[in-house]
Design a protein around this ligand. Structure first.
Ligand code: SF4
Length: 470
């Protein structure tokens, strides 16, 4: 049995327990729900409230005009031929009425109404012409992870004591198993996304999310969904301006707020954005969706967005670099990733140049005295670990030997919390977290066990299962 399957068995011990009383920890907001729906995170097969089998054939595109959230979508009802139309996603079923969709002709083409909350009384979604629209209620607790999370403060858990006495090899084996399981989960999500949006778009969306970091994963995902790579590649001279415009970063019409060294660059962006602004009005992200505080200036979302623009512009050479990372210089059939793909990928990112963003932190900051990389080393490591390796796994490439070697560069609050819960002050704690794989394994265990536990460890099966792990 593979290690990932063994971890899945371990997880079954928790699934037979009752679902945690306090779940969900957080109801995602409407924009986040829509982004995750479009990404396919809720799946594509549902049963409507009327008991019909609903299959999503095509998620459609984000609607730029008045009307439902997604247009040009297609669904099947009970295996019918695809029915084309729009999909509306709301937090509550009643929003259809309270938002006035029931009388709005722009919602006439709606074929599916999706929501997470049902009201106490039965509610039918009807269009202005009184057509009944299928309703699907989705469950946010099935989401694999959240765009952002409130992590509880850490204290050592019950498994700290038994883990301390376990031989190092056994702890590493459990972390490997959980990491392989997590990789497979990620790979399944990516396959799903490839299925829904095609290979390049899926990769582009994942890269955008990685550039958003934890704080701005949502707006970056929305941008990549609303401005697909395909569209950006069709308008290479305007793509950067479109990205900044849709991000809402060009909403100040007064050039005087910018430093002199910046005005020329901003003027160029404006000139290219304004002809599209009216048509794209509905796509522009509200300022409140961005989290600017807490990010280091060098990681400011505007710099990251410029990085995304450059990746889109250099897409063919990015794809060539990925191929080289897998196959080496010789295009040959290969079933495994080269042992050190890192250098090839880092080389691509290190060569991304931007005359403005190499020297600026934000649109309003002054010029820096020295040149800064558009995408830094730790972000490249993150992209490799969380985007490219899972993509290669989705291609059925043997990635584990190279993945297991990736050194961990960063930690974060959730990891530290997990480490404290499981390892307490075990002197081996640091060495258990020296690789990306072990960090990811720890996160998986933390999410599957600690975050599902509502018994202060008493009912958690992990310590006992650990003792049996050979
Ligand atoms: S909830 Fe389970 S895995 Fe988490 S610290 Fe407690 S015993 Fe360990």
């Amino acid at each position: 049995m593979s290690l990932a399957n063994r971890y899945a068995d371990l997880l079954d011990t928790i699934r037979i327990r009752e679902r945690a009383l306090f779940f969900p920890l957080r109801i995602p907001n409407e924009l986040e729900l829509q982004a995750r729906w479009f990404a396919g995170d809720f799946g594509k097969h549902f049963v409507s409230l009327a008991g019909d089998k609903i299959d999503i054939v095509q998620f459609g595109t984000w609607n730029r005009e008045a009307g439902p959230d997604f247009r040009d979508a297609a669904i099947r009802i009970n295996g019918s031929d695809p029915i084309r139309g729009c999909i509306e996603l709301d937090v509550s079923d009643r929003s259809w009425e309270t938002h006035g969709h029931a009388t709005n002709p722009a919602f006439e083409e709606t074929v599916l109404h999706v929501f997470i909350e049902r009201s106490n009384r039965e509610f039918f979604t009807r269009t202005r012409s009184n057509r009944n629209v299928s309703q699907v209620c989705i469950d946010p607790t099935v989401l694999p992870d959240a765009f952002s999370e409130n992590v509880p403060l850490a204290r050592p858990g019950r498994c700290q004591a038994p883990l301390k006495d376990l031989p190092e090899e056994r702890v590493r084996s459990v972390l490997d198993a959980a990491a392989q399981f997590r990789l497979q989960q990620k790979c399944a999500r990516i396959r799903n996304k490839i299925d829904n949006h095609g290979r390049d778009e899926a990769l582009f969306q994942e890269l955008a999310a990685a550039l958003g970091y934890k704080e701005n994963k949502l707006p970056f995902t929305l941008i990549a969904q609303r401005l697909p790579l395909n569209l950006l590649r069709e308008k290479p001279d305007e793509s950067e301006a479109l990205l900044f415009g849709v991000a809402g970063f060009l909403e100040t019409p007064d050039l005087d707020v910018y430093k002199r060294s910046t005005r020329e660059y901003v003027r160029q962006l404006w000139d290219r954005w304004w002809p599209h602004r009216d048509a794209m009005q509905r796509m522009i992200l509200p300022a409140k969706v961005w989290r600017m505080s807490g990010t280091r200036p060098v990681n400011h979302p505007q710099r990251r967005l410029a990085g995304l623009a450059m990746i889109a512009r250099e897409w063919p050479s990015f794809r060539r670099c990925l191929s080289k990372a897998v196959h080496g210089d010789q295009p040959s059939p290969s079933f495994g990733v080269a042992s050190t793909p890192t250098a090839t990928v880092a080389d691509f990112f290190n060569h991304l140049e931007h005359p403005f963003w190499n020297f600026h932190y934000t649109l309003t900051s002054g010029a820096a005295s020295r040149k800064m990389a558009l995408i830094g080393e730790s972000r490249i490591a993150e992209i490799l670990a969380n985007v490219l390796f899972p993509f290669w796994l989705a291609d059925d490439l043997e990635i584990w030997p190279a993945y297991a070697q990736l050194p961990a560069r960063l930690s974060n609050r959730r990891l530290e919390t997990g480490a404290t819960r499981l390892f307490g002050n075990d002197s081996r704690r640091k060495q258990f977290l020296e690789t990306v794989a072990h960090q990811q394994g720890l996160l998986q265990i933390y999410e599957d066990f600690c975050m599902q536990d509502n018994s202060d460890c008493a009912q958690c099966p992990f310590p006992e299962q650990m003792a049996k792990w050979t």
